[in-house]
Design a protein around this ligand. Structure first.
Ligand code: GAP
Length: 467
């Protein structure tokens, strides 16, 4: 089972502190969300897992963290100034604005049973709306002193291609991975964190020899399906691959395959994997006319660097081809929450909400609970177990005694904590069974199965199961 409606997720996120609407105390700011105490842990765990999978477990990847603000020429020569547009229409009656290609997603503000255009309101002809945010750089507000907030992290990688190549002595093929914020002035942000104006991307630009691009593309598609299913726990039945039709491809792409996920709002893009050919390095390089470039690049780049690779065997400079897996962190969080969300009816008729998160993604790994909070010896042992697990630096451990044990279990189930440890009178050796002294109950979130484990074994027991 998974969440069936977005409301189930939104309500859990607000109730338990995963996500809050941005600037809520002033009525909010559309298209922004703030990650709360548990949300930030889940999001960091997803980013860590992605970095582990794509950087640490490969021999052909470097990392980067480029600036959000970049010289505005980057966006001219990347093609974004000209083409990073959505079609905008106005309703002549209610004056609301909509994305012309997604009218079916939106209710008419005056007549919510209908979509814009189906109501009495007449729509204007579509016109292009550039989605890049502008900001002023420096204290003098002249028309040239602006910069864009980056709408994709990718360009920070392209403009650093030569820096990374020179400083690492890499040979083709190799990739550069980056996780960071991106900003888009979406016409109609909606569906919780699915479409927002400020979000994070996890991107790789993987550079290879022309001719090796198509096989590399396929390999990344398969590998990233494995990432989302095997490492993040998304079920294969909810994932599909979408071959983006030629007439819908971004200006830089020769082929794009989207990894689609069945969100509660429908089947939508989670990650796009594009073959960007030699378009970006070709567009940003100086000496364009002296190098062979296959893509229809932005001409006359004013860049100061040659973004090429010296192909030793053939003794010539080439512009590498680029495969780009690009995933949204926030959409990843939404997919993971959707998949993990379960409402269960228990044998005794009670219901529980349980987040069946992969342990590596769970915000809290272990909760240590005293069976009785007014029994000082139990509390002391429970706190010392929590402290020793916390001191390993390998897991987030919490102590909680603010309710009865049943309620504490439910609370931890709802936030996805894989293990609860209960300290009781047996632990103290006061219940007659000497064999249980210095042992605790470990309760498993998904099965609710309980077993007795020696305190001395706890650390290794948990570490084995938290990967
Ligand atoms: N560098 C390529 C690129 O940016 P994209 O398909 O426009 O490609 C990549 O974006 C990913 O970023 C998407 O698959 C999605 O997960 C995420 N994304 C894009 N726009 C978003 C938005 N407004 N809100 C949340 N995530 C978004």
């Amino acid at each position: 089972m998974a969440a069936e409606t977005l409301d189930q997720i939104v309500s859990l996120c607000k109730r338990r502190g995963f996500l809050f609407p941005g600037s809520e105390v002033y009525g909010g700011l559309q298209g922004t969300f703030d990650y709360g105490p548990l949300g930030v842990e889940l999001k960091n765990n997803l980013k860590r897992l992605w970095w582990q999978h794509n950087v640490y477990e490969r021999d052909d990847m470097e990392g980067l963290d480029a600036s959000i603000l970049m010289n505005k020429l980057v966006w001219k020569y990347s093609g974004h100034e000209e083409t990073f547009v959505d079609p905008l229409v106005d309703c002549k009656t209610c004056k609301a604005r909509f994305r012309a290609d997604r009218l079916g997603d939106m209710p008419c503000p005056k007549n919510p049973k209908k979509h814009p255009g189906e109501c009495e309101g007449e729509l204007t002809e579509p016109r292009p709306f550039n989605m890049m945010f502008k900001t002023q750089v420096g204290p003098i507000p002249d028309p040239e002193s602006f910069a864009y907030l980056r709408p994709e992290t990718a360009q920070g990688i392209f403009v650093n291609f030569a820096n990374v190549l020179d400083s690492t002595n890499r040979k083709l093929p190799f990739g550069i991975a980056q996780i960071g914020k991106a900003f888009r002035n979406e016409i109609t942000p909606r569906n919780f964190v699915f479409r927002v104006r400020e979000f994070e991307q996890m991107e790789i630009e993987f550079f290879c020899h022309p001719g090796e691009d198509e096989a590399t593309h396929e390999a990344f598609i398969q590998d990233h399906v494995r990432f989302w299913t095997e490492r993040c726990g998304l079920s294969p039945e909810r994932l599909t691959l979408y071959e983006v039709p030629k007439d819908e491809l971004a200006h830089y792409s020769k082929r794009t395959v989207d990894i689609m996920y069945r969100f509660p709002i429908g089947v939508e893009e989670l990650e796009g994997i594009a073959n960007r050919t030699d378009y970006d390095l070709g567009s940003h390089t100086r000496d364009q006319e002296k190098i062979e470039i296959t893509a229809a690049v932005q001409p006359n780049a004013h860049s100061t660097q040659r973004l090429t690779y010296f192909d030793q065997p053939n003794k010539k400079h080439i512009v590498p081809f680029v495969i780009e897996p690009s995933a949204g962190v926030d959409r990843g969080v939404l997919a993971i929450l959707t998949e993990a969300y379960n409402e269960e009816t228990l044998e005794n008729g009670d219901t529980r909400v349980v987040l069946k998160l992969k342990p590596a993604l769970a915000p809290i790994k272990v909760a240590v609970l005293p069976l009785k909070k007014n029994e000082p010896a139990i509390v002391e042992v429970a706190k010392s177990i929590k402290n020793s697990l916390q001191a390993t630096g390998l897991m987030r451990a919490v102590y909680d005694d603010t309710a009865g044990i049943g309620k504490l279990y439910r609370r931890q189930d709802e936030i996805g904590t894989p293990f609860c440890i209960t300290v009781d009178f047996d632990t103290l050796g006061r219940e007659g069974d000497a064999a249980l002294k210095d042992t605790v109950t470990v309760r498993h979130r998904d099965t609710m199965m309980q077993e007795r484990i020696a305190i001395s074994q706890l650390k290794s027991y948990l570490l084995e199961r938290l990967v």
